[in-house]
Design a protein around this ligand. Sequence first.
Ligand code: MN
Length: 288
Amino acid sequence: MRLATFKTDPGAAPELGVVVAGDRIAPLSRGGASLARDMIDLIARWPALKDEARRRAEAGEGARPLASVTLLAPIPRPGKIMAIGLNYADHIAESNAKPPEHQTWFSKATTAATGPFAPVEIPRASAAVDYEAELVVVIGPGGRNLSGAAARAAVFGFCCGNDVSVRDWQMRTGQWVIGKSFDTHAPFGPWITTADEVPDPHALGIRCFVNGEKRQDSNTRHLVFDVWAEIEHLSQAMTLEPGDLIFTGTPAGVGASMRPPKFLKAGDVVRVEIDGLGAIENCCEAQG
Ligand code: MN
């Protein structure tokens, strides 16, 4: 299933929906009563709710054209956003970095989460804003010390994401968190494709375009540490919870590695697409 959070008009409350055939979205509510409070609640109670969600998707009651709604971040405020750096060999090479012996993790502030088609801010504080196309994992039941089948079972679904990065802030200290955490710098979506519809998350073409120009073009088969290894590693340290996000790393082609570097500016449109998961497209806007 393809699960979304959407609004029917700017003043309306966010709703849960399921994207159905013919580019339509069916609400997961009836008579004003939603199947779940929000996406995190839906994910947490998914085993009990999935059959009803599927029934509503198939009935298509109240479905409307996708183009008539605004898709929001599928999870407006995730519990945490963890991201791995240096996880594609070609990106490690272009960054003049050595292949890491250990997985290199940082977090993105949860306030950076934004919608799949929402503006991305070019902040007053920097002119070195960059894109990173990434496969995003959405945690389902989660847990601690997850390996093997348990790591696979911990995943709820997958999205496209852009790990927007403020390079000067990222690189001027040894700690990347602030440079990765500016407001609006974690767009993801356009919806969550549930894991049962992604037979192999390590065989997905991933691309990034800036104003229609292809900048990144790779495949998730090139991940250095795959999704299961990432979950195994992270969950040794922290409890993964329903709706937590994992940004799984970016391939070569980021703006900082171009000669000369090509950073994002107001008016640029960044598109991230992944086979089978749809696409997100964000326009850059100067901070007001
Ligand atoms: Mn990244």
